[in-house]
Design a protein around this ligand. Structure first.
Ligand code: ADP
Length: 205
């Protein structure tokens, strides 16, 4: 990859709706959604890497930075090589990365961050309930156990501030993540679209 990839970061604690919103936005032409949680869950569970992922995720811990960034880079290359992502026309919507300062620093080599959407929900009990429901639907062991969920919240709070501090405050847009999903989507789009305009040509024009 030569030119820096124009990116929007979806940021927020586990269960806040990054995946739901990211998936919808990923269906809009001009966005390519990449969720690192999905990337990891797509690994063969019996492979060495898959086992390594499970070792951390089942305890509510983050996968080590070096492995995460290396896999992420390969994954992005794969999306480009298979024409699922065209850096000239699409914004890369990153969900779940960076989650540490070291990751943010590594990603700086590859990304031009146009905006950061910080989804916020102050009611952690509501998040826990959402995640337990999600566990049943998605068969996620890390969502089924409340102690693991709470551990992920702690990890998030321990790392959030310094990841956000790494970026220019003018890039950060806080969006309340409670209420009707369509309203949250609207609020995200209101923040994201102006920061994308001017960076991409009109593909039809
Ligand atoms: P959630 O945001 O609900 O915790 P994700 O699907 O984003 O869930 O991530 C699931 C797990 O995948 C995390 O708990 C962690 O173990 C791993 N993971 C995802 N993204 C990263 C990352 N950027 N760095 C390290 N580990 C990650």
């Amino acid at each position: 990859m030569e030119a820096k990839l124009k990116s929007v970061l979806l940021f927020g604690q586990p269960g806040v709706g990054k995946g739901t919103q990211g998936q919808i936005l990923g269906d809009v032409p001009g966005f390519c959604h990449l969720a690192t949680g999905d990337m990891f869950r797509g690994l063969d569970r019996d492979s060495e890497l898959g086992q390594e992922f499970l070792k951390y995720s089942t305890q509510g811990l983050l996968v080590p930075d070096e492995l995460t960034c290396r896999l992420w880079y390969q994954y992005v290359q794969g999306l480009i090589n298979t024409n699922k992502y065209n850096p000239a026309t699409d914004v890369l919507l990153l969900d779940g990365i960076p989650r540490s300062l070291a990751q943010a620093q590594t990603l700086d080599e590859h990304l031009e961050v146009l905006a950061i959407i910080h989804l916020v929900c102050d009611n952690e009990d509501e998040l826990v309930q959402r995640m337990k429901r999600r566990a049943e639907i998605q068969n996620r062991p890390d969502d089924a156990d409340e102690a693991v969920i709470r551990r992920r919240f702690e990890v998030f709070h321990a790392d959030t501030a310094e990841v956000l501090r790494h970026y220019d405050p003018s890039l950060i847009h806080t969006v309340t993540a409670t209420g009707i999903p369509g309203r949250i989507l609207l609020n995200i789009l209101e923040q994201v679209i102006p920061s994308m305009e001017g960076h991409f040509g009109n593909p039809l024009g």
